[in-house]
Design a protein around this ligand. Structure first.
Ligand SMILES: *Cc1c(COP(=O)(O)O)cnc(C)c1O
Length: 405
C-alpha cells in the first residue's frame, strides 16, 4: 500500500509530461482519511469537493478498503463474455432503490450518457423515426465525448470540436411552455434529457413541478424521460436519486461519479419503456461490469445503507447550508445559496475562480463552476464539526473577494 513515506516530496508541483487539460491547483495529494486529505508536504485539507462528487465514503474508509483489497486478490478484470456475480447484485440494488428494472454497466459518466443517447435513438428507430431528436437544456453538462459535448449546453465545452452531433433541441430550464413550443408538431422527438440538479452548470435545481410536468408530457407523447443523475444521484441530496424528491420515475437514468466511491464505474438504469431496447451486439464496453468496479458499487451501497448516509447527507447538508445562510446574511454580492443535501452552490455576483487557490491555502478543497458559483460536493460522511470548519474557512474568504474591486 502507498504510504506517505514512499512518496518523495516534490520540489515544485509540475507535470511536464501530462497533457495540460485542467487548470490545476499547484498541490500534489498523497493520502487521505475520512473527509481530509494530505499533500506531499504534509499539509492537510478538508475535502469539500470529494473528487468532484465521487468519494461518497471519503478516503480510506475502514469498511470499503478491506473489501477492495479482498477483491484485488480474487479478480480485477475478466470480460463481458462471462457473468460477474456482483454485477447482478449491484443491478438488483439499483433496481430496488430506483424502482426501475434493468441496468447496463460502463465506467464513466459520459459513457453512461452515450448509452442513454443511443437508447433514445434506437427507441425512435424501432418505431419508425429515421431522424430522432432529443431535447436538452441550457447550461447542461453531460460529458466530453463528441455526442455528450453536443448535448452539453456550454459553448466553452464545445468550442473547437465542431461539427457537433445533430439531433438535439435545446430549451431553457424550468419552463414547460418553452419545451412545448420547441417541440410543437415535431414527430421526431424521442426523449427529454437533463440533470435533476445541474452540476457543472452552477448547481441549478430543476423545480419539482417542472419535473412532474415533463414526466406527464413524456407519457402523453411517448417520449423517454432521461435524467442524468451522474452528479446529483447516489444519495447526495438525501434520497438515492435527486428526481425522487418530485415523486417521479424516469425511463432512463445514467449514473457514475459516486457509485463506486472512487473506483471508476458508470451505469444506465432503465425502466420498462427502455429496458429491452438494446439486444446483444447493440452496445458494449470492455471494462463495463468488471469485478473490481462491481464490488466497489456493491460495497458502497451496502455501507451507505448500514451507516444511514442518505440521512447524513440530508441533515449535515441542511446544517451546512443553514450555516452559510446565517453567516452570509446581508452580505452584498451574494446572489444565492442553493442546492440540497451535500450538493450546494453559493453564487456570487462576480467571478470567483480565485477562491479555489485561496481556499486550498487555507486548508479547504472546493471548486468554482460556471465562473461565479462555489460548489461543495463533499463525501457523504461529512460531520457537523467538519461542516462548521468549512463555513469557518470559506466565509471570510468569500467576504474578502467580494470587497475587492
Ligand atoms: C461529471 C458529469 C458527467 C461526465 O462524467 P465523466 O465520468 O467525467 O465522463 C456527466 N454528467 C454529469 C451530470 C456530470 O456531473
Amino acid at each position: 500500500m502507498t504510504t506517505n513515506a514512499t512518496i518523495p516530496a516534490l520540489p515544485a508541483v509540475t507535470q511536464p509530461h501530462v497533457m495540460n487539460t485542467y487548470g490545476r491547483v499547484p498541490i500534489a495529494l498523497s493520502h487521505g482519511q475520512g473527509c481530509r486529505v494530505w499533500d506531499v508536504n504534509g499539509k492537510s485539507y478538508l475535502d469539500g469537493l470529494g473528487g468532484i462528487a465521487v468519494n461518497t465514503l471519503g478516503h480510506n474508509h475502514p469498511k470499503l478498503v478491506p473489501a477492495l483489497q479482498d477483491q484485488l486478490t480474487k479478480l480485477i478484470h475478466t470480460s463481458n463474455y462471462y457473468f460477474t456475480p456482483n454485477a447482478e447484485k449491484l443491478a438488483a440494488k439499483l433496481v430496488e432503490h430506483s424502482g426501475l428494472t434493468n441496468v447496463f454497466f460502463c465506467s464513466t459518466g459520459l459513457e453512461a450518457n452515450e448509452a442513454a443517447l443511443k437508447l433514445a435513438r434506437k427507441f425512435g428507430h424501432d418505431k419508425g423515426i429515421e431522424r430522432p431528436e432529443i431535447v436538452v437544456y441550457e447550461k447542461a453538462f453531460h460529458g466530453r465525448s463528441i455526442a455528450t459535448l453536443s448535448a452539453t449546453g456550454n459553448p466553452k465545452v464545445q468550442a473547437g470540436f465542431g461539427p457537433l452531433v445533430e439531433g438535439f433541441i435545446r430549451v431553457p430550464v424550468n419552463n414547460i411552455e418553452s419545451l412545448k413550443k420547441a417541440t410543437e408538431g415535431n414527430k421526431n422527438v424521442v426523449a427529454v434529457f437533463f440533470e435533476a440538479i445541474q452540476g457543472e452548470g452552477g448547481v441549478n435545481p430543476f423545480h419539482m413541478d417542472y419535473l412532474k410536468d415533463v414526466r406527464k408530457l413524456c407519457d402523453e407523447r411517448d417520449w423517454l424521460l432521461m435524467i442524468d443523475e451522474v452528479q446529483c444521484g447516489m444519495g447526495r441530496t438525501g434520497k438515492w436519486f435527486a428526481h425522487q424528491w418530485a415523486g417521479i420515475k424516469p425511463d432512463v437514468m445514467p449514473l457514475a461519479k459516486g457509485l463506486g466511491s472512487g473506483v471508476p464505474i458508470g451505469a444506465v438504469v432503465a425502466g420498462p419503456k427502455a429496458a429491452n431496447i438494446f439486444a446483444p451486439g447493440n452496445h458494449g464496453t470492455t471494462f463495463g461490469g468488471g469485478p473490481l468496479a462491481m464490488r466497489a458499487g456493491v460495497e458502497t451501497i451496502r455501507i451507505m445503507e448500514e451507516d444511514n448516509l442518505l440521512e447524513n447527507a440530508f441533515l449535515v447538508g441542511g446544517y451546512l447550508k443553514a450555516g452559510f445562510i446565517r453567516e452570509l446574511a446581508g452580505v452584498a454580492g451574494i446572489r444565492e445559496i442553493r442546492g440540497m443535501g451535500l450538493m450546494l452552490g453559493i453564487e456570487l455576483a462576480k467571478p470567483c475562480a480565485a477562491l479555489v487557490g485561496r481556499c486550498a491555502d487555507a486548508g479547504l478543497l472546493i471548486s468554482v463552476t460556471a465562473d461565479t458559483v462555489i460548489r461543495l460536493v463533499p463525501p457523504l460522511i461529512l460531520t457537523q464539526a467538519e461542516a462548521d470548519e468549512m463555513v469557518g474557512i470559506l466565509v471570510p474568504l468569500i467576504k474578502a473577494i467580494l470587497l475587492e474591486g
